[in-house]
Unconditional design. Sequence first.
Length: 111
Amino acid sequence: MVRSKSSKQRTAVRPEVPADPEPAKTNGLPSPKAVFDNPASPQSVVRPAAKVGFTISSSREEETHEIQMTSPTLTVAKARMLFKSGWRVQITNAAGRQFAPSEFDEVLKFD
């Protein structure tokens, strides 16, 4: 005896939830449901300012660029890549000290 099942594809039905015109507040704060249902807009998100530790200044012919970075390892790697590509490069640290390509190893030294 052979049994066969016929299966219908079911579509998920999701009820539409109307948005609250005024979210409920408790003690001056919005309810957890209102916060969860209404994610923050990108403009209201507070992000900390990036700390710039190093600036790579590069120039070639009439073109100049400055790149700001925080990681000493990535800064030296990027500066070396630019130097090998024919750019004139220097790294400036947060204290204002400038490093030529021959001094890039000093950027990697820890205090």
